[in-house]
Design a protein around this ligand. Structure first.
Ligand SMILES: Nc1ncnc2c1ncn2[C@@H]1O[C@H](COP(=O)(O)OP(=O)(O)OP(=O)(O)O)[C@@H](O)[C@H]1O
Length: 250
């Protein structure tokens, strides 16, 4: 995935200005910056939740500007959200199945007639859900309502839902928010494992510097909508522009 000249303004306010990023296959990239620096705007533009005023977004060699969110998901980009977007009154398993079926849709006629295609697709979605629940340590909770899960489990369920759409690019929006330090350490391992098992590229937007520094191979820093620095955790940590951006907002 790469962006060039990506710009988004809300009335007079430029939330993202001339943004450029080029992700490498299978890398874990962090995007950080003070509050209001444009991180969520960046995710919203890539996933079709909002449309840029200017610029390009290319994914696997084609422009995805103007495509609907469902189409972008089907091309292989999945995201989690800062706040929970689970279906609270569905079971844990059905939450993952619903996401898996975005990738293996069942038409109403196939469903009513229980065609062979219906069976194949349902089997495929069930196999994906089973594997993901196992990976997330949620198998024992499969039959519980999503709303009844402890918070940390709900966050992992959200990641399972994103993975169920079989993405090539996984966008995690503040995955450590609300987690304690043990859970955050476990999340570092989980993100690495996801990358290794599924071969996905991962972008993490996060305020938790321990998580970012531990898991990311490269980090891009935004400040007031502009990219101020890209580099390894070590380079970013030592960059005076980054310190300045954060101190300016302290
Ligand atoms: N829908 C919107 N309408 C108006 N202004 C918006 C909208 N979305 C974002 N903004 C503004 O754009 C700027 C960038 O916001 P954005 O949410 O992308 O920042 P962020 O880096 O994700 O912040 P945070 O770390 O607090 O989540 C902010 O000034 C914000 O108020």
């Amino acid at each position: 995935m790469r962006t060039r000249g990506l710009t988004k303004a809300f009335r007079g306010l430029v939330a993202l200005k001339d943004h450029a990023i080029e992700l490498r296959e299978r890398e874990i990239m962090g995007v950080i910056g003070p509050n209001g620096s444009g991180k969520s705007t960046f995710f919203n533009l890539i996933t079709g939740f909002s449309k840029p005023n200017a610029g390009q977004i290319e994914f696997r060699g084609r422009s995805i500007i103007g495509l609907r969110t469902e189409r972008i998901v089907s091309l292989g980009i999945a995201r989690t959200f800062q706040g929970s977007r689970l279906f609270p009154s569905l079971t844990v398993e059905d939450n993952v199945l619903a996401a898996a079926q975005l990738r293996h849709p069942v038409g109403p006629l196939d469903s009513v007639l229980r065609t062979a295609r219906y069976r194949t697709r349902v089997d495929k979605a069930e196999a994906i859900a089973e594997r993901l629940l196992d990976l997330m340590g949620l198998t024992a909770q499969a039959g519980r309502l999503a709303s009844q899960l402890p918070y940390g489990d709900q966050r992992r369920l959200e990641i399972a839902r994103a993975l169920a759409t079989e993405p090539a690019l996984l966008l995690l929006d503040e995955p450590a928010a609300g987690l304690d330090s043990n859970e955050t350490t476990a999340l570092v391992e989980l993100i690495r494992k996801i990358r290794d098992l599924f071969g996905v590229t991962v972008v993490v937007v996060e305020h938790d510097m321990d998580l970012i520094m531990a898991v990311c191979e490269r980090i891009q820093v935004l400040a007031t909508g502009e990219v101020i620095c890209v580099g390894t955790p070590e380079q970013v940590r030592n960059d005076p522009r980054v310190r300045e951006a954060y101190l300016g907002h302290a």
